[in-house]
Design a protein around this ligand. Sequence first.
Ligand SMILES: [Zn+2]
Length: 260
Amino acid sequence: MELVDTHCHLFDPPMNADPAGVLARARAAGVAEVWVPGVDLESSTRALALGAGLPGVRVAVGLHPQAVGRDRGRVEAELAGLEALLGAGRAVAVGEIGLDAEVEGDLELQARALEAQLALAARYALPALVHCRGAFARLLSVLGALPGAGPTVLLHAWAGSAELLAQLPPGRCFFGVAGVATRPEATRARARVQALPLGRLVLETDAPYIGTRLRPKGAVEPADVREVCAELAALRGLSPEEVARQTTATARAILPGGPP
Ligand SMILES: [Zn+2]
């Protein structure tokens, strides 16, 4: 079985103490690739530097909505720095970017940063890794305004309703299934996962931030994407091997080329 963890904060605590050990455990669990997003210019720069020496790691650079705040000048400076990183050509995606109505900050400024970074993704022909919490109507309007040649969008840890799903621009969006769906009490998340088109799904952990049934938040690692795979398989009435095969093929269609 070959799996891809499409969203993992490998260089955040506690995993940053031993990323090579984390990756060795991931490989032992069948995880061939780990996608690591930055959340601002500093973490994106650091992820590119640290990821370069680690097999199977693919790094995205971006300004996360939780890091946007209210200072427009600082956001512009961050975006200019991120564009320089993209120009250097080692980032494989733009992320993590998006909208988050549940954090302190300016949602309008978040939307401007999102639009600017989606334009960067289009310019560099890279996919975008998108986070959205509590601002789905605004997300729909931003994505709906993208030009036809705009970027592929991976909506990580997707938590939108079936109605929202129907309103997204067809053909552009993919969905990350995270550990929430492994918890028996998360009935809405499990129903959402069952409603999504299987060919549009990829697996992720959002390690260490989203707990699974077996692993508490804070201790999650990319190896735990195997549990997400098994649970998605159970929810869809498929074998884990089939879910691994399909989701890994989809991940490789989003990010062609494979890891170094
Ligand atoms: Zn994340």
